[in-house]
Design a protein around this ligand. Structure first.
Ligand SMILES: [Zn+2]
Length: 166
């Protein structure tokens, strides 16, 4: 385990600081859990900035490649990703607007004297991982992964109907 990176978020944006680093997937236990190969790393860059009207922003850029599993052939699949997340800092939870009314571009973070950047990176990587991942150019495994495993659209509709029953 590497030492967690802690920042004082308010200080960080007030001074327009910036940090970047590379974290091995093996140092992100919850990401590690979903990995097929255990391989992969995440590069991140965190930038603090002041917006107009006294607003404070943190921007988190993430990129890397993770060894995930193809849901069709159950073999390894390298998943490259690039994510940009923007957070507005707020004093406390009550300052967070109703998420339904807000646009999806900005998220909110409560000001913290000791924000664990490693945790934040881990969280955002997990959120960005696809629910169902497949080899885009078709699976190449020789074990005859059946193509018919593709869900029957009628069954899917059926599932939706029953799922919505109240
Ligand atoms: Zn596959």
């Amino acid at each position: 385990m590497s030492t967690p990176v802690l920042i004082n978020t308010l200080e960080f944006v007030e001074q327009s600081l910036e940090i970047h680093d590379k974290i091995r997937a093996s140092d992100l236990p919850r990401v590690q859990e979903v990995l097929f190969s255990g391989r992969g790393d995440v590069e991140y860059r965190l930038v603090g900035s002041r917006g107009s009207r006294g607003k404070f922003y943190l921007q988190l850029d993430l990129r890397g490649t993770l060894g995930l599993m193809c849901q069709r052939c159950l073999n390894g699949l390298d998943y490259p990703f690039e994510i940009v997340r923007r957070f507005e800092l707020v004093k406390d939870e009550s300052d967070i607007p109703d998420s339904d009314l807000d646009d999806d571009d900005v998220d909110y973070l409560v000001i913290e004297p000791r924000l664990n950047v490693t945790d934040l990176v881990e969280e955002e990587v997990l959120l960005a991982l696809p629910m169902s991942l497949r080899h885009e150019d078709g699976c190449s495994s020789g074990d005859g992964a059946p193509k018919e495993r593709k869900p029957n659209p009628f069954q899917v509709l059926e599932g939706l109907k029953t799922g919505n029953k109240s």
